[in-house]
Write a protein that binds this ligand. Structure first.
Ligand code: ADP
Length: 271
């Protein structure tokens, strides 16, 4: 895989990297900001014991993806493990963005814009027949010009393999059929997207507040769904409920969701 990468130009030259400060903690290692050939970048380190080789395979997926609403991969570096270099998203992840600013700063038009951004990124993945498996607001990053982009795609397949014991699935974001029968699909991503919508319109609240994972599993299987977040536009809550249809086939595809969201955005801008 290393040879392939170097031939394809995705293997970056570590001597051209200026590493800056720590900007986050990932599951597999720290994230730093830096500069690569004059461009601001984020560098995600994968500690070597977590089969960096497997991640390397997966970054090959990322190299083929390019969309304005997906965090762009610049390349990888091999040096005491694996370093994944992506564009720097200066405003951090969407959960923190919304929590720290709140209702007084972020209006509902901006929330709708984030929802649309993520939906477009997912529509692109859907068109490529790729499943994210870990779509959640914590995995959406915000750029300097406040564009929301989906991150951690392509890596997720390896991650779920690495912990296939099911113990670490993000229960509150995972569709019932994926939790019970490991049936992951674009439609299980749509379920997660519904939860992400709920996170956006609740300004970054933890989904299913006060419920344990066991309770969530049981209640959702039994038909329980979250209530609308405070002041959530009814049309948006209706979309969430469509995403949370028990039957995967009844959930809308991302291209349908995007059309619906665009119609909503059009209404609010008066057009
Ligand atoms: P993991 O998926 O392994 O948990 P993340 O990719 O979510 O790790 O990274 C952890 C945190 O680091 C994110 O929540 C975010 O705050 C920060 N981060 C990750 N990638 C970037 C990036 N490209 N630009 C800016 N911050 C980032």
């Amino acid at each position: 895989a290393e040879l392939e990468l170097s031939k394809s130009g995705w293997l970056l030259d570590i001597t051209k990297l200026k590493l800056g400060g720590n900007i986050g903690e990932g599951e597999f290692g720290a994230v730093y900001e830096g500069e690569y050939l004059g461009q601001q970048v984020a560098v995600k380190t994968i500690k070597c014991d977590v089969t960096a080789q497997a991640f390397l395979q997966e970054t090959t997926v990322m190299t083929k993806l390019q969309h304005k609403n997906l965090v762009r991969l610049l390349g990888v570096m091999l040096h005491k493990g694996l370093h994944i270099v992506t564009e720097l998203m200066t405003k951090g992840n969407l959960v923190n963005f919304l929590r720290t600013r709140g209702r007084s700063v972020v209006n509902s038009a901006q929330l709708l814009h984030f929802a649309l951004d993520v939906c477009e990124g997912m529509e692109y993945l859907e068109s490529k027949k790729l499943i994210h498996r870990d779509l959640a607001a914590r995995n959406v990053l915000v750029s300097d010009d406040s564009v929301a982009k989906v991150s951690d795609f392509g890596l997720t397949k390896v991650v779920s393999k690495a912990k296939s014991d099911n113990a670490k699935l993000p229960v509150k974001w995972t569709a019932p059929e994926a939790l019970k029968k490991e049936k992951f699909s674009t439609k299980s991503d749509v379920w997660s997207y519904g939860v992400l919508l709920w996170e956006i319109f609740s300004y970054g609240r933890q989904p299913y507040p006060k419920m344990s994972l066991k309770e969530v599993k049981e209640m959702v299987e039994g038909g329980y769904r979250m209530e609308a977040p405070e002041d959530c536009p009814p049309a948006l809550y209706s979309l969430m409920r469509l995403c949370w249809e028990q039957e995967p086939r009844r959930r809308p595809a991302f291209n349908k969701l995007r059309e619906k969201l665009e119609r909503e955005a059009g209404k609010h801008s008066g057009g």
